[in-house]
Design a protein around this ligand. Sequence first.
Ligand SMILES: Cc1ncc(C[n+]2csc(CCOP(=O)(O)OP(=O)(O)O)c2C)c(N)n1
Ligand SMILES: [Mg+2]
Length: 465
Amino acid sequence: MPHKKRRSSVTTAKKTAKVPLAPAKASKTPAPSEQADGSPKPTNATTPTSAPARDDSASSSLRCYNIPDYRLEHPEFRIFMSGEGSSLEYQVEGDLSATAPPIRESKYLSREQCVAIYRWMLLNRRMEVALENLYKQGKVVGGVYFGLGQEGCSCASAYALGPDDWLGPMIRNQGAMLVRGFSARDIMRQYMAKGDSPTWGRDASSHFGDFQRRNVCAPISMLGELIGVMNGVCLGARLQGKNVAGLTYVGDGGQSTGVTYESLNFAAVQKLGLVLIVENNLWGYSTPADMQFNVKDLAERAIAYGIPGVIVDGTDSCQVYDATHEACERARRGEGPTLIEAKMMRMKGHAIHDAAQYVPAKLLEYWRARDPIARFENYLRNEKGWLTAEDDQKLIDDVERELEADREAAVASPMPDPATDKTHQGVYCDPSCHEIKPKYGPIVAKPREISSSGTKVEEAAVHLK
Ligand SMILES: Cc1ncc(C[n+]2csc(CCOP(=O)(O)OP(=O)(O)O)c2C)c(N)n1
Ligand SMILES: [Mg+2]
């Protein structure tokens, strides 16, 4: 058995190295992160024994894994604790002087699509500013979570989904909710626990979805749990004869939970269409990434599951879109899950109650210069010439107008009235609540192909019969 296991790992390694992600077509001169042929430089490759010092059996079993890295810069810094007692603080060490890199040209996005993503990002940010103000006015019930600095990741990834695909957002992915069809009005009503909010005032935060029209699973606060739910969505669709992409997110902290491992492993073995974006925003509450895990890049963990992993700059919408698009295509072809590590920075505290004074100022400054919206705006206006100053202003004004109308409507919405609201009495579904039926067609159970190891693997439904 050990022999068999080793052989299958080698196969996996080869597959991992062949992730069908290619560099942007417009990059004629290799960027610092690229090799001469334009392909992204793999990071952290474990070198095989092509030129071993000693050709013994141990060295000949060494394998090589590549993680494509689409970033145009590779910041090297470390956050560590210094001092003691009341003077304990985090410090950052490394080169933080580099100017922000350009946006990487997308292989897929048209001018109209880029402008559309830019608009979603603007709406995402402006809505969160409005939410912060509503909170300060005492109108929000509970807390508010922000995705400041992560709008490119949320919006561009959700933009890559097709109508039959599914989204499982987490608390910072309000931009993804907007892209998937919820309005800012819905989100603001939800935070204010209004009677006409998506959960009719039963939840005062971001725990809502829509599995009938928008294919959105509600966020689950227990970190990593949503991955298993998205697995179920993908498996369910497949049993109905359709491969769909199920996009969800986990943080740099959440990625270390046991359920994340279990769910990713299950997705890998069953070749489910899971697209997992690991949002490495450098902080899990007040714990810096450097104190949470020991690998250099979280995408490396994909190797252990035997699935493709890829690194993108989470503040570059084009990179996020391209990687997510290719992962979704792979999912729809039934080829299995992909792990995308998006590197960026959480630019506010964990939630509104957290002033994040523990974050070194220099680090904030560094990432502020990598603001996803300002950089994308510069790309559209100055690098591509796709947006004139006038059109940009019109678009911003339009977003402001839409948001103001939504904010007013949300504030004017009534609070729930349990005495008069007879329709939405319960918190939980009961059999009369709604019909649960297959979405894509009748259940079909097909035997899956024979795996390379010769074992015949069959669909779960066969076992359920
Ligand atoms: C299983 C589990 N453990 C702990 C928590 C409490 N908790 C909520 S958010 C959070 C930090 C999450 O950090 P990260 O995963 O990096 O996501 P980010 O907030 O940075 O987006 C923790 C520890 C939880 N919700 N679930
Ligand atoms: Mg985090």
